[in-house]
Write a new protein. Sequence first.
Length: 378
Amino acid sequence: MAVRLVEIEGDPRTRGLAYGEAARAEIRTSIAYYREAFEASSGLEWTDVQTSARRWREPIAAVAPDLLEEMDAIADGAGVHQDEILALNARGEIVRNSESGFNPEVTETPADGCSSFALLPEATGDGHVYCGQNWDWREGTQDSVVLVRIVQPPKPTIIMQVEAGQIGRHGANSAGIALNANGLGGRFGTPLGLPQPVLRRLILDNDHLKAALQVPFDVRQHIATNLLVTHRGGVAVDLETTPVVHGWGTPVDGILVHGNHYQYGLPGPIKDVYRLSPVDSLYRVQVIERGLKAARSASGSAEVRKIVAGTMSDHTGHPDGVCAHVDDRVPPLKRYKTIASSLVDLTTGEYRVAIGNPCENDYELLPWQLYDGPGGHR
């Protein structure tokens, strides 16, 4: 597999040091990209970005001091400044923060792309539970994608795909809980809250479904995001979360799909000012829902996977389709594409990832079985 595989275990500092050392090159690639991207989009020097990122140290320490310790150790292992790793973990929050120095005339910053899905037993020919997503983000981050396995007893073991240096994004754990997440827009003008990688890691750190779902209701995040939580027991819950209020949805006929728009109604605080971005979310969701319906009549697991792969490779609306490709009309630093696509069988524990566009790259089976090791539930 043409991507860095990082396996870490132990206490927070031991994990972080190992992560930083193993992904040193990818972390430095990520820092180099964001240094250039921040300056081009906002005029902020990287030192200014680090200063802004430092504001999130206290909110993280108050809720997840172990994760802050892990982040600082990642920096030490990679030989970079701790504020640089903090910036990689709060990049979205810095961009959306009204006091970050970004152009105040911009009323809506495009959210991270992504199309997520859950398939429950009644919707699959083999009776398995599947979930996954196309992760659409900046083309310049492609080479910083890493796959991480975290062994951290008594907490569950986690497998996830992240931008190097981040402590959480999309993944699944040995308790059979998976998280797929998509960006949502809107500015809420609330005090500093948790960055998304921290919120998402806190969810995956739980070995009980109720506790995982409770996380967004117990902590305050800084920006809006959609969180699709799937459980190997055959249930899925979608949470449209914001710093002030959350909405939720459940599967229809065993299928649950989400993009980058509010599907359960606009939150009150932004109802009069919200502008959807990206608008292609409105048709991506339709395309995936239609395509995944064929999985119900699949003759076995291989056919289910083939149907999912075909659906997530759809080019309706090209280049801004489910399988997103670079639009050459967009300035280089803002060009985005599908940088990874995941397909997880929560019934068997098989975790597959296609690095880059799934129309051009096969879903490769990871060498890690989700339910192996401490906390596994085979």
